[in-house]
Design a protein around this ligand. Structure first.
Ligand SMILES: [Fe+2]
Length: 261
């Protein structure tokens, strides 16, 4: 199975005059064109949140119009910028997300790797995340439904320290990370955790499972040090699953022209 991961597009409405937002839309278009050119095609595309800059309906409408060009199925989760309600209104019609949910929690069953979305938004709408008892219990129950099926979690806030970030831990409470790790460690079929939010690439181990955060698609918001040849060009990641060992991940520079395989 092949998963393309895009994250932190931070889009404004289509009519936003600021050139920064026009550039971000172009960053996403470039990633989508690159994803559509992969051979073989990905089985799924995940957007790990902060799709929009302010969580407004017009911003989600713009995001949807751009993402409609994807030729593989898209699954999304909210980031702190998006808020929960706006994203659910924009995407519940796609069928995989409940329209009236207390939090965005779903499992995608139709691929070789089961995908489980984890809602990491805090109740007070802050930039930092949280994982309450109800969500962790729901995750535990969902994972218990398919103990033999390789499973990847995807969520906005990385549940591990990112030491190069000004504030390395993305959650309000350190317990959020250790509680998630405890759930993950009870379910050995969980093979990978994909996240966003930090706008830079880091990997860690959470509950014995490889977890990662990736650069923002929005180039102006990307953090970290990159080769000069990458200036102005967006990156995303391609995660390939092989039953023999699990996931191998590649960071792709969109528009580089080379076919992935
Ligand atoms: Fe975020």
């Amino acid at each position: 199975m092949i998963i393309a991961q895009i994250t932190d597009t931070h889009l404004a409405a289509a009519n936003a005059a600021d050139p920064v937002f026009r550039a971000r839309a172009e960053n996403l278009r470039e990633c989508i064109a690159d994803i559509n050119g992969l051979d073989p095609m990905p089985d799924a595309v995940i957007h790990t949140g902060d799709m929009t800059q302010h969580g407004q309906a017009a911003e989600f409408a713009h995001a949807r119009s751009l993402l409609a060009a994807l030729e593989a199925p898209l699954y999304v989760i909210p980031g702190n910028r998006d808020g929960r309600e706006g994203m659910v209104r924009a995407f519940a019609g796609d069928g995989y997300m409940m329209p009236d949910c207390a939090f965005v929690h779903y499992a995608v069953e139709e691929h070789p790797v089961r995908l489980v979305a984890v809602d990491s938004l805090a109740a007070d709408g802050s930039a930092k995340g949280d994982l309450c008892h109800d969500r962790l219990a729901a995750l535990d129950a969902t994972l218990a439904e398919a103990p033999a099926q390789p499973t990847a979690l995807f969520m906005h806030h990385p549940p591990f320290d990112v030491p190069t970030a000004p504030d390395p831990f993305a959650y309000q409470r350190r317990r959020a990370g250790s509680d998630l790790a405890a759930v993950v460690s009870r379910h050995p079929q969980v093979v990978r955790i994909f996240t966003g939010h930090m706008h830079r690439p880091w990997t860690a181990t959470v509950g014995g499972v490889a977890a990662s955060t990736v650069p923002s698609v929005a180039v102006d918001l990307r953090k970290g040090h990159y080769a000069p040849t990458m200036a102005g060009r967006p990156v995303y990641q391609v995660h390939r699953f092989e039953g023999d060992w699990g996931f191998a991940s590649e960071t792709r520079l969109a528009g580089s022209g080379a076919i992935s395989r």
